[in-house]
Write a protein that binds this ligand. Structure first.
Ligand code: UT7
Length: 322
């Protein structure tokens, strides 16, 4: 059975680091409130002129080096973002050119904070169906460009960055012991549109800014994330107790803790980067995977479930053995 196995990983964070204290100068907020309610201590913001595809290309270069491959060894790019450089072409095709990839195909996936889980699921389908042997799966965002800087309930939460995985077709036995993506679980419910959205877009000829009913999204998050993670594990013939790591979407430490608790797992099995990155939407999971791989937490053979929820609402999970 063909499996989509992780062969390389990398990430890029823009140079500018913004500590919580910077928001105290312009908003009625405190470092203490932001840390206490979200776990966020700092985030990175892209430099003027630095775009989503710029950051994505940097992450890809590192992931390719980590995989021992070059751009023309890749058959496809699947890039998750809600903050592409232009309305079209896709940020993925821009990345294709920036990394010097002169073959294959590239496209964007838009599922907001669940984007990377959706992108992984698409990339897995391309590999399992034989359409591609090697796929670069990217999450990259410049959410700093869609903030309302007068709204303390949203602008302190988000950050910019990019992460990438190289997935490669390898033969497995079709058992849960195989390396690679073992199962996926995607969900959305458009009736919750007003809980988290950008109040502009191409059709309205505005760019818009992010609007969120944070506490309502919070309520949905813990229940839906634990359920989707358990669904992905169950499809793979596994259970939460088999896991080495949860790599959750990094939105709020209290959501991360609540989900782990609901799944009956201790926090030492959870990768946490929200303190350093804030919520980077579709970039948060590959950023967390890359950091956890670099610091020796995630190792070959580890069983991982990754889960995310965001605007839509859209949510989902992927079970994989690294
Ligand atoms: O990644 C996509 C999915 N998004 C998420 O997962 C985000 C989910 N939501 C959250 O993480 C949390 O709901 C927030 C961090 C956004 C907010 O935390 P909360 O504990 O749900 O607070 P709240 O919205 O219920 O607000 C509590 C109070 C309010 O004041 P009053 O009405 O009680 O007087 C807010 O106005 O905190 C106030 N508040 C702030 N105070 C200081 C909201 N933002 C701030 C702030 N500084 N930055």
């Amino acid at each position: 059975m063909r499996r989509a196995v992780v062969r390389g990983v990398g990430h890029y964070l823009p140079e500018r680091v913004v500590p919580n204290s910077e928001f105290e100068k312009t908003l009625e907020t405190t470092d203490e409130w932001i840390r206490g309610r979200t776990g966020i201590e700092r985030r990175h913001f892209a430099a003027e002129g630095e775009t989503t595809s710029d950051m994505a290309a940097r992450a890809c270069d590192i992931a390719l080096t980590n995989a021992g491959l070059t751009a023309n060894d890749i058959d496809a790019i699947v890039l998750a973002t809600s903050t592409a450089d232009l309305t079209f072409p896709s940020a993925a095709t821009m990345v294709q050119a920036k990394i010097g990839m002169e073959r294959g195909f590239a496209f964007d996936v838009q599922a907001v904070c669940a984007g990377f889980v959706y992108a992984l699921t698409n990339a897995n389908a391309l590999i399992v169906s034989g359409q591609a042997d090697r796929v670069l799966v990217i999450g990259a965002e410049t959410f700093s460009r869609i903030m309302d800087w007068t709204d303390r309930t949203t602008c302190v939460l988000f950050g910019d960055g990019a992460g990438a995985l190289v997935l490669e077709a390898q033969d497995g036995d079709g058992t849960p012991q195989d390396r690679g993506i073992l199962a996926t679980d995607l969900n959305s419910d458009g009736r919750y549109r007003d809980l988290l959205y950008v109040d502009g877009g191409v059709s309205t000829q505005t760019t818009g800014v992010l609007r969120m009913e944070g506490n309502q999204v919070f309520r949905h998050a813990v229940a839906k994330l634990a359920a989707t993670a358990e669904a992905a594990l169950s499809k793979a013939g596994l259970q939460a107790e088999d896991l080495d790591w949860i790599v959750p979407h990094q939105a709020n430490i209290r959501i991360i803790q609540g989900t782990a608790k609901k799944m009956g797992l201790p926090m030492d099995k959870v990768v946490v980067t929200v303190q350093d990155h804030g919520n980077t939407s579709a970039a948060s999971i590959p950023l967390a995977m890359s950091v956890a791989h670099a610091n020796g937490q995630i190792k070959q053979g580890d069983l991982i479930v990754t889960e995310a929820i965001g605007g839509g609402l859209a949510w989902g999970a992927v079970a994989l053995r690294w």
